[in-house]
Design a protein around this ligand. Sequence first.
Ligand code: UDP
Length: 360
Amino acid sequence: MKVCTIIGARPQFVKSAPVARAFQNCAGVEEVIIHTGQHFDSNMSDVFFDELGIPKPRYNLGISNVGHGAMTGRMLEGLETVFLEEKPDWVLVFGDTNSTIAGALAASKLHIKVAHVEAGLRSFNRKMPEEINRILTDHCSDLLFTPTETATRNLENEGIPASKVLEVGDVMQDAAHLFGDLADQSNTLAGDLSIDAGGFILATVHRQENTDDPMRLRAIVEGLSLVAEEIPIVLPLHPRTRGKLEQAGVKLGSGIRCVEPIGYLDMLALERKAALIVTDSGGVQKEAYFQGVPCVTLRDETEWTELVETGWNRLCPPSSGADIVKAVRAALGTTGDDVALYGTGNVSQVIAEKIASFYG
Ligand code: UDP
């Protein structure tokens, strides 16, 4: 049985790593990895393959740096050609990027079965490109692996038959467990940055709704710069955000230790040591909770509502620097409820075995 796994963006490398390991334990399953090329810099792509032992992609479509329409269109065309060549039994897609929808759509038009990991997430904000990608991907998938009860309910509310849905928990939790010890052993970044455990905030910003809105971007920079006068902030800067800051001529405050995007092991190690995480990332919100670190999310809403409900995360729409300072001060030193929100581990094995169960 052949499974073609489509990945292209940083969070998909992290999500696919434990699943690829699990497939290696499933007799009779051949996984062929296809990289769309959406993220291509060595620190946004190669480092994840090296550190996480993800098998080398058989194909790299090299599609990046174009608008949403052109990117999705070219991916559709490229993936269709690969699928016709490889003739997979299943196509596996992760999350909510252009690579996700292109993989799902190309496969379903060729009547190839589609499995979607991280199905059912909704922000209910259709201005987000990710929201459109998720909805469409879910509706052309044959097997939908949901991370939470809320996600399962969202699918039910949209009329997706329960027989296609399997609530498994979150694969990113598997990744954090699998690589946590390695991250602790190998990490030197905190030392290089001269920061002490518990004595800094880790921040990431990359969502289009924040980077492409000059008012929000300025509010975020102002808020983080003010916070960094009280406690250092480490900011691994996403290329999109760097570009937008340069374009707008916005400078970061001197207390912000701005670094290039870092590898997953460095990221895990910093997350573990941080006093607080400030982010607009979907994955990083959850990773804060995995590491028992409070989180402030710079967005109007989140798909991971259970993190807010249990006190691990608080939303702070970035409308002013002062609001961000207030939210950070309120969140520092807090913890949330002691509950297992994303399953009990082994999610990747369950996913791989479920797909493998269709073999023969
Ligand atoms: N990440 C990383 N290095 C960084 C920033 C993020 O390894 O400099 C990891 C992070 O730990 C998480 C994933 O990238 O596993 C999240 O990706 P991102 O924030 O780009 O996307 P999102 O989760 O918002 O879709």
